[in-house]
Design a binder for this molecule. Sequence first.
Ligand code: SF4
Ligand code: SF4
Ligand code: SF4
Length: 172
Amino acid sequence: MGSGGLVVLDDRDCIVDISRFFTSFMQEESCGKCTFCRIGTRRMLEILDRICEGKGRPGDLELLEELGDRICRTSLCGLGQTAPNPVLTGLRYFREEFEIHLNEKRCPAGRCPALITYQINDACIGCTLCAQACPVDAIPFKPYEKHTIDDSLCTRCGMCLEACQDNAVEVV
Ligand code: SF4
Ligand code: SF4
Ligand code: SF4
């Protein structure tokens, strides 16, 4: 993926979010001399941001491809010439994941905060570990009772998921 580095991912990684991360890095590194590298990568990042926030628009994927192609062809140095590669290769091999974000407003890997919610299921034994782990007190402390998450407070940090030893915390 990208300019030749080897990145190992699994099904818990979101390809859209990863593409956004690399695009953000390239955008920051652009020296600004070439218009497409300077502004094109910024436009690509804006599109990826809105797709990850569930605000993607019809035609966004085609726009990403068009912008990426032009940035590759019109940039002076290797940075701009390879900057769109994470998105372009992501779209080539994992297009379905982009389409799910865009059309169903869903993140299959459960990584994009705006597209997921944390819930507690009936496997909860009321051990309180999740309530102790939550940094924003979104889980009321109720020993021996099924716990619940206040979605309005939850920041999607994932600490409760890590803390629970009974598979009672789910990302949906
Ligand atoms: S392609 Fe290279 S020279 Fe052109 S703006 Fe990007 S970093 Fe600068
Ligand atoms: S850590 Fe798991 S089992 Fe314990 S209270 Fe939280 S959800 Fe329930
Ligand atoms: S994801 Fe984080 S903020 Fe949300 S309930 Fe779990 S621990 Fe609290």
